[in-house]
Design a protein around this ligand. Sequence first.
Ligand code: IPE
Ligand code: IPE
Ligand code: MG
Length: 252
Amino acid sequence: MDTDARQPLIVDSQSLGRRGKLPRHIAIIMDGNGRWAQQRGLNRAEGHRAGVQALKPIVKECAALGIQVLTVYAFSTENWARPQVEVNALWDLLVEFLRSETPELKAEGVRIQTIGNVGALPPRAQRAIDAAKHDTAEQTRMVLNLALNYGGRDELVRAVNRWLDEQRPVPEERYVTANAIAQHLDTAGLPDPDLLIRSSGELRISNFLLWQLAYAEIYVTTTLWPDFNPMELHKAIHAYQNRDRRFGGLRE
Ligand code: IPE
Ligand code: IPE
Ligand code: MG
């Protein structure tokens, strides 16, 4: 049920660059690790391990294509509802990923950032995140933005509260504005996503980037995240390049 099934199967990176505008910012809901594991008689943590492996070539390919920002949904504010062993396995995998991949990401010019309430993560995860951010702070080719303990509603509430805090003791503004909200979101300074990709076929947003996705083009593939590869990414970008983005106006 790819949302753009009429697209050709193989699209090479060069032709993507030639064809038209690349998305500046791609956001991905990396879904389907559990079902991938289940299909193979493996436990869910093994599905997540395979999911981390799938992410690496996607980050590289996005950097190679010239994408400016890649935001990946790795853990939602709702994912705490999962069994403790699964949640722990996810933090272990994050720590392992950051420790092993940061040097190579840095060498590729990737800057690691996060969105979400990272202060509520286990200390070992916070330490690994701080180190990865610090080590890649000077890189400018692409931002890899990890959404960790991220929820769109939580982010909006924190943004408004940050803005309110700035209005004390003496209010500078009486009313909040759209700009003020955008500037207080975790994504402040980043362009909104142009393309949202969701793997595993689910047709929902699951509390991801509620504000920022206002005009994103949505691409859903039934491919489970551990099977998502650069060719799937090319298909998604190719589909994006064939969309007619009107932003509420009329076609050019
Ligand atoms: C996505 O895969 C990864 C996280 C939510 C952390 P899932 O674990 O949601 O996989 P399914 O949806 O159960 O197959
Ligand atoms: C969304 O996937 C969150 C991540 C991919 C991290 P979920 O699997 O948690 O979403 P639902 O429960 O299917 O909506
Ligand atoms: Mg899921």
